[in-house]
Structure formats: C-alpha cells, structure tokens
Design a protein around this ligand. Structure first.
Ligand SMILES: *Cc1c(COP(=O)(O)O)cnc(C)c1O
Length: 348
C-alpha cells in the first residue's frame, strides 16, 4: 500500500479553481421528455446536434467491464496524448517543477514537458533497456512531480521489469505515469488492477494500437478516484465527441488479431536473422521490432524507395542505426521480406 499527499503534489491553482460546469452537466440527454433550451444547440435532430455526454458514462461502463475496474477510476481523453497533457497541467507548475523520463522512450513526454514549461530530467535506460533505479532516484528533488515509465517501451519494444516498476512506485514520492499503450500484445498482466494498491500510480492505455481504433482517438487513464476527479476537474468538458463515443461501443474481441501479429512477428524475426546488414533484433513484447542495421539512414532510404515506410530511430540515445518496424498483415510482411532480401542481394 502506498499513499501520497495529493495536496502537496497538485498545483495550487488547480486545487483552488472552480471547474467549468456545462449545461449538460446539470441535465443530460437521459432526461427523456424534457425540452432542452439550455445549451444554444440546434434543435433539429440529425444524430449529432446535441453536445456529447461530458462524463462519457456509457463508454466508461463498457471500458470498466473490459478492464475490470470501477468507473470512478477511469478518465477518457482525445487519445492518450490529451491525458498526458492533462496530467502535466494538474501536477506541474510551469518554470518550477520537473519530471523524469527515461530515454529512449515515447517522444510525447519531452514534447509535453517543453510545451508546459517543465524541466525534463532524462535518465537513460540501461543497455538492456531497463530503468536505472539509483540514478533515477538521485535526480528526484522536492519539485519532481512525475516519473514516466513506458512498458512495453516504445521504441525498444520490451517490458520494464515488474521489480523495477514496484521499486520506483515504492520509493518515488511523486506520481508514476505508467504508459501501457502496448500491454495488450503481452501476456503480462496490466498494472490497472494491481496498481490499486498504489495511490501514486496512473496507468495509461489506448485504443490506438491493439484495438485498431487509432482513428477515433481514445485514450484511457486508470488511477485513484482522487486523481481521476482532478483530471475531470480540468478536462475540456466535451473532449470525446458523440461519434467517437458511439464507435467505442463497437470494440471487438481482439484475441485473433493479437495472435496473428505474434505469429507474424516470429516469422519475420526468423527471416531478418539471416539478413547480413541486420546486426541485431531486439526482443519485442509489442507489435513492432527494433532492429539494428549497418547504416540506418541508407537502409531507411532503400526501404522507402521500395514503397515501405518504417521509423528511423537513428538519432535516439542507445538506438544508433536502429529502425523500428511495425508488424503488418501477412501480405505486407511478405512484401517487406522480399524487399529486404532484394536490398541484401543488390548490396552484395
Ligand atoms: C502510440 C502510443 C500512444 C498512443 O497515443 P494515442 O494518443 O492514444 O494514440 C501512447 N503511448 C505510447 C508509448 C505510444 O507508443
């Protein structure tokens, strides 16, 4: 069990501010038979002339069942990127507070730190891409509000060890933001449920990856009811549109797709192991592979010339000459394989 004093971590302005109360907070569409003349909407029904449910109750009910968690622990955002931004604005005082992130990792943490005027103290992952506990804790001071962990990590693809996450949750007295965008691809249990014991944990997930819904923009945060209430206090009231909310109810069982991605990943690894310009394939718990090649810029360009777009991570720390390749459909992976073998032949 870990408790934190939120009053010390949350920005004063946020503690004090009165949230905006929208017309639909007072009366929502569920009050059937009422005539709504309170929100200056168009009265002509077309399916989306009314403002959406600002509390997103139907969507939360659905997600609560899928993730086995109560609705007062769920915050929804216009992608996880919006949620990450809300977290910065609840906890971090511009120009004063700092956060810790662990490169190489997801680029949005440092972008949002810059955007919000927050110092980002970067502590490199170890060479096997695990959190380096002692240097991380050495960077912590009274103004360190957030620690960002990404597991499985992007772009390295590996899970962070359970032990290191637990140690950091125990020893860091700020908020740990654990980004589980790729957790659906692993057999590892998510931290959503076991995280209930830690009041300083916010778990982030998304419908953008395994669920195949990157286009609708829906991110999720799972945290204590107190943190959840703070995120709701500052979120734009209508951040999830009616059309988005409707599409979420179409969430499908994704076991088949995940199994296929895993199978394809194995096939691809087998082929790539035999390619002479690929010097390393990192173990992956996600739906992508990080590979090291002889010359990332050159191989990136050659793939592009053959109609294949991958991510060049050459400039990332610990990722010299690395490319990140998403696992595609069997057909796409077959073409990728052919192109890579063709590039190998012409290089000989
Ligand atoms: C793709 C990704 C996300 C998803 O962001 P959305 O805004 O929900 O699409 C979040 N975190 C990481 C690490 C990612 O790779």
């Amino acid at each position: 069990m870990k408790t934190v004093d939120l009053n010390k971590l949350v920005r004063n302005t946020i503690l004090k501010m009165k949230p905006y109360t929208s017309a639909r907070d007072e009366f929502n569409g569920a009050d059937k038979g009422m005539i709504f003349l309170d929100a200056n909407e168009s009265p002509f029904e077309n399916g989306w002339n009314r403002y959406p449910d600002s509390k997103q109750l139907t969507v939360k009910k659905k997600i609560g069942i899928i993730k086995d968690i109560s609705e007062n622990r769920i915050t929804l955002g216009n992608g996880s990127d919006e949620i990450l931004d809300l977290i910065f604005r609840v906890f971090c005082e511009p120009g004063k507070d700092n956060i810790i992130s662990l490169p190489p990792t997801y680029g949005m943490y440092s972008v949002l730190a810059d955007l919000n005027g927050i110092e980002n103290r970067e502590v490199l992952l170890t060479t096997d891409f695990q959190p380096d506990i002692t240097p991380i804790l050495e960077q912590v001071d009274k103004r360190t509000k957030l620690l960002f962990l990404c597991s499985p990590n992007n772009p390295t693809g590996n899970l962070l060890s359970e032990e290191s996450i637990r140690t950091l949750l125990d020893r860091f007295n700020g908020i740990v933001v654990l980004d589980e965008a790729y957790v659906d691809f692993t057999t590892q249990e998510s931290w959503i449920r076991k995280g209930i014991a830690f009041d300083n944990l916010i778990v982030i997930q998304t419908l953008s990856k395994a669920y195949g819904m990157a286009g609708i923009r829906l991110g999720m945060a799972f945290a204590s009811p107190e943190i959840t209430a703070l995120l709701h206090k500052i979120k734009p009231p209508y951040n999830i549109g009616t059309l988005q909310q409707e599409k979420v109810t179409l969430i499908n069982n994704i076991e088949k797709e995940i199994a296929l991605i895993q199978k394809e990943k194995k096939v691809l690894v087998k082929v790539l192991l035999q390619v002479n310009f690929i010097t390393k394939i990192y173990p992956s718990d996600a739906n992508f592979l990080l590979i090291r090649v002889d010359n990332a810029d050159k191989r990136y360009r050659q793939l592009l010339e053959n109609g294949i777009v991958v991510r060049n991570r050459n400039n990332y720390p610990l990722c010299d000459n690395c490319l990140r390749i998403t696992i595609g459909t069997p057909d796409e992976n077959r073409i990728l394989t052919q192109v890579i073998l063709k590039i190998q032949e012409t290089a000989l």
